[in-house]
Design a protein around this ligand. Structure first.
Ligand SMILES: *[C@@H]1O[C@H](CO)[C@@H](O)[C@H](O)[C@H]1NC(C)=O
Ligand SMILES: *[C@@H]1O[C@H](CO)[C@@H](O)[C@H](O)[C@H]1NC(C)=O
Ligand SMILES: *[C@@H]1O[C@H](CO)[C@@H](O)[C@H](O)[C@H]1NC(C)=O
Ligand SMILES: *[C@@H]1O[C@H](CO)[C@@H](O)[C@H](O)[C@H]1NC(C)=O
Ligand SMILES: *[C@@H]1O[C@H](CO)[C@@H](O)[C@H](O)[C@H]1NC(C)=O
Ligand SMILES: *[C@@H]1O[C@H](CO)[C@@H](O)[C@H](O)[C@H]1NC(C)=O
Length: 837
């Protein structure tokens, strides 16, 4: 009895409600057009499509009127028996009585006739600029469904054939959709814990919509006229799962939920594990899909516990694209009941789109509950790309996000845009896209290799020798260091010995080399196959050639013989800072040493932001890009993603690049890059230094995965000292730690404007160092004030300066030091001939 009571009390009160009348939706706009037909057409589901001849107010078209029909065609719906063909641009427009979400469904079937519709190519654009179809050739019956937020009173859909090709259309639907169908923000699949907001800015195209474990559902049986496919052809292997179902009227919806999200029939069926009763069963049920990885996607998973006998029996993992999407999903807790509908949206960015794209559910590998896992429904919607297209890399204005020619774009652009990139052992996925004007602005060839101007594939092509003029041409004047022959480098790296590899990345390998004179160097050899590499090389070379600073890794030379692209840097004996923090088992470094390293890195960044002719944003600040030389002096490395900001410009608008866990959320949202994005990433590095753990650790419980979020929670609770590196406990002055943590917190401010400049961060870190030194001094020489030993002003005089106050360079000791530091090499700092572009 006692146990029963306990159970009753521990079960939260369910607020599930059964379907009511108010859950049906009457669309304010409901245009169903049967194109080219002479009369209206009634479908088996009783929807009536009107003819566009009688309602020609929708169609503006100057060309020859052509309608075709084949009443004997063997087609599933009568709307495919007629079509309208256009030999000039044609626009259908629809008055939108209520702005907001609308379905646009386009039906195509190339009816056999003289126009060779099976070979035609045309483009369809909705509204001002949304590309629905680009150079499209419908092969058979095809229905394309789009979901778009219409913000104007008039929605137009424009058809235009390529060259002499005609365009055609069999039927069009434009139908209102309730607002609730798409939420304003959703969780990102990765990194865990990240929210993606502004979903209403996006347009969607349905790729897959599946009633898992159930039958096909047609528009007549869906609450919003959708088609749901069955999952059989996606299930691999089929034996892993078996279908279960209940009566649809048993399905309940949570308050705030609705059958409009998905009808009860979707939730009333599911797939569960094929032999979930056997003890040894530990496998996933897997569905496989084909997705083009040049777009982001919205993945919507539908669940409803129709398999459990009682609450809290079923726990399982959900994986999307091979990544954990929901760990230990406990439907009883989220829905407080059985047979209650629940759905989860995930934003999957292009870098996370694998091929094939897998959606999996599997049991927990723990002795909790029954070993089972279910999925009831699944939707995968493509999201428009940055040029507002759902089909291809071109915007409506013909602009391409990825370069001029489509053939290469597909291969190059997408690899670059979203290529996964593992740098120096770090888990880092960079998102990339070529800037639209990359050829003009960033092309290595245009300013450095006149012989290859305009030839973007020069790395892969065989290249005529530049002969002996080469060294004369490039060296000193260009600030690129010296020219090294391929033979020289081959020897230095023992013929590219695999044992000399000290780093691996998307661009190729980094080797440790020893030059003839005994100098150790790091040799970065580009992989000619990697277009991503080319671009990063160009940027890196361009950047490094104009930068010289004690805290930036310097370029010693380069080699471009035999189509090679090799950069040679000073060798950093102690490697990436991260290796000294965790993961490599190296001896722990002291707090003071950590502070000095952070200060060095901050100086390097501060110089980038303020020291050169134009501000430079590093864009990939992380603990693996801070390298340590033989005396543990920190230097910023890897300028492959860096970007110039013109004088007087506050930001550059650009596609998001960077590494997960370090990425500035504001930059992600607005796609506007400022120096404050580096500041954010640096804040994450500071936390890494303090807590000695990676920025993202997917192996940890969900709330701990993202270091920035997790540590800031502890900071707000005033308990940050509980999660610091155990090696520091007892060796860190609390005041120093607090100052340091304050700096980190300020760096991680939500909005860029609230974050300090690198100059301010530097100042605070120096102060934190003084506070630590103070302790040492107190212990050693009884507080005789030797914190002044390094010539810095005594901390208290500047103590209460708020971290967000912009630094006045003249008052800032750190800044003065920076300027002094690079003044000695100023001759390299601004090679005017490089800056004049
Ligand atoms: C559609 O977009 C506009 C502008 O972005 C936004 O204000 C509106 O809320 C969106 N509509 C819906 C239904 O989300
Ligand atoms: C709707 O937009 C189209 C194309 O922009 C235009 O031709 C048409 O006149 C507009 N219709 C109305 C009713 O405003
Ligand atoms: C709706 O479902 C019923 C039974 O499940 C089926 O007989 C009918 O054909 C379906 N209607 C449509 C339009 O799919
Ligand atoms: C289930 O799939 C995930 C992601 O692909 C994988 O990491 C995991 O090991 C799989 N589980 C089993 C038991 O195969
Ligand atoms: C889709 O297009 C909209 C409007 O042009 C744009 O704001 C949005 O950033 C695009 N989506 C992506 C993922 O780039
Ligand atoms: C250390 O300072 C304290 C108080 O300031 C003083 O009493 C003591 O004599 C000093 N000890 C030494 C070794 O200077």
């Amino acid at each position: 009895m006692a146990i029963l009571l306990l159970l009753l009390f521990s079960v939260p009160i369910a607020v599930a409600v059964t379907t009511t009348k108010s859950d049906t939706f009457k669309p304010p706009d409901n245009y169903l057009i049967d194109c080219g037909s002479s009369a209206q057409t009634t479908l088996p589901d009783r929807r009536i499509f009107i003819s566009d001849s009688t309602s020609s107010k929708h169609l503006q078209y100057e060309g020859r009127e052509i309608t075709i029909s084949d009443q004997s065609a063997d087609v599933p719906l009568p709307i495919y028996k007629s079509a309208r063909v256009f030999n000039a641009e044609a626009t259908y427009s629809f008055h939108v009585s209520k702005t907001g979400w609308h379905w646009v469904r386009l039906h195509f079937f190339p009816i056999k006739n003289d126009f060779k519709l099976q070979e035609t190519k045309f483009t369809v654009i909705a509204g001002e600029s949304l590309v629905l179809l680009h150079e499209y050739t419908p092969k058979g019956i095809e229905m394309r469904e789009y979901l778009m937020n219409v913000t104007m009173e008039n929605l137009s859909i424009r058809f235009s054939g390529e060259k002499d090709s005609p365009a055609f259309i069999n039927a069009i639907e434009v139908v209102s959709v309730p607002d609730m169908l798409i939420s304003e923000n959703v969780d990102a699949l990765f990194p865990v814990g990240k929210k993606v907001d502004g979903m209403t800015r996006f347009s969607f195209q349905k790729m897959y919509r599946i009633n898992v474990g159930g039958a096909i559902i047609g528009p007549g049986n869906d609450t919003l006229g959708r088609n749901w496919d069955s999952d059989q052809k996606f299930l691999k292997p089929q034996s892993a799962a078996k279908s279960v179902s209940i009566a649809p009227n048993v399905v309940k919806y949570l308050e705030g939920g609705s059958p409009l999200i998905a009808p009860p029939t979707v939730y009333a069926s599911a797939m569960e594990m094929g032999d979930s009763n056997t003890i040894a069963s530990n496998f996933n049920i897997t569905w496989q899909f084909d997705l083009d990885h040049s777009y982001p996607y919205l993945v919507r998973l539908h669940f409803c516990d129709i398999v459990s006998k009682s609450l809290n029996e079923l726990y399982f993992n959900v994986y999307v694209g091979g990544k954990i999407a929901i760990s230990a999903l406990d439907l009883s807790t989220v829905t407080s009941g059985l047979s209650v509908a629940y759905y989860k949206d995930l934003f999957v960015e292009p870098a996370m789109v694998t091929n094939p794209f897998l959606v999996q559910v599997g049991p927990l590998n723990e002795p909790v509950g029954t070993k089972n896992a279910i999925l009831n429904g699944l939707e995968i919607l493509r999201i428009n790309n940055s040029v507002n297209s759902l089909d291809g890399a071109f915007g409506a204005d013909g602009k391409s996000a990825t370069g001029p020619s489509r053939g290469t774009v597909a291969a190059v652009g997408f690899a670059m845009m979203f290529g996964a990139f593992a740098g120096l052992g770090a888990m880092a996925v960079k998102w990339q896209k070529r800037p639209q004007d990359w050829q003009k602005k960033n092309s290595f060839s245009s300013w450095l290799l006149p012989l290859h101007a305009g030839d973007t594939s020069f790395l892969g092509s065989s290249k005529t020798s530049l002969g002996s003029k080469k060294s004369a041409f490039y060296s000193s004047t260009m600030g690129l260091g010296r020219y090294l022959s391929f033979a020289e480098l081959q020897e230095a790296t023992k013929n590219w010995d695999a044992n000399s590899v000290i780093g691996v990345g998307g661009f190729g390998n980094v080797y440790l080399g020893v030059l003839e004179d005994g100098t150790k160097v790091a040799v970065k050899r580009g992989n000619p196959q990697s277009e991503q590499g080319i671009n990063e090389f160009q940027t890196e070379l361009q950047m490094l050639s104009k930068l010289r600073h004690r805290h930036l890794v310097s370029l010693i030379g380069y080699c471009d013989e035999n189509a090679e692209m090799i950069l040679v840097y000073e060798y950093m004996e102690h490697g990436p800072m991260r290796d000294h923090l965790y993961g490599k088992g190296l001896p722990a470094i002291s707090w003071k040493q950590r502070l000095e390293i952070c200060i060095g890195a901050a100086r390097g960044l501060h110089y980038l932001h303020t020291g050169a002719a134009t501000a430079i944003i590093h864009r990939d600040v992380k603990s693996t890009n801070i390298l340590l030389d033989e005396s543990f002096v920190a230097k910023m490395a890897d300028f492959g993603l860096s970007k110039d900001v013109g004088m007087g410009e506050a930001h550059v608008s650009t596609a998001v690049k960077g590494s997960f866990g370090y990425l500035d959320p504001e930059y992600f949202r607005k796609q506007q890059l400022t120096d404050k994005s580096d500041v954010y990433s640096f804040g994450v590095v500071l936390l890494e230094v303090l807590c000695a753990r990676p920025a993202i650790d997917p192996a940890l419980p969900r709330e701990q995965v993202n270091l920035a979020e997790w540590a800031m929670q502890w900071k707000r609770k005033g308990l940050l000292d509980k999660i610091i590196d155990p090696n520091l406990v007892g060796h860190i002055n609390p005041e120093s730690m607090n100052k340091f943590a304050e700096a980190a917190e300020a760096c991680l401010a939500e909005y860029g404007v609230d974050r300090p400049t690198m100059g301010d961060v530097l100042w605070n870190l120096e102060y934190a160092l003084q506070l630590q030194d103070q302790v040492k001094t107190d212990e050693g020489s009884n507080g005789s004030g030797s914190a002044l030993a390094n010539g810095a002003p005594l901390a208290p005089t500047v103590d209460n300066r708020p971290i967000t106050t912009p630094a006045q360079p003249s008052q800032n000791p750190a800044e003065v030091q920076v300027i002094e530091e690079h003044s000695g090499t100023a001759m390299f700092a601004h090679p005017a001939n490089l800056n004049s572009r």
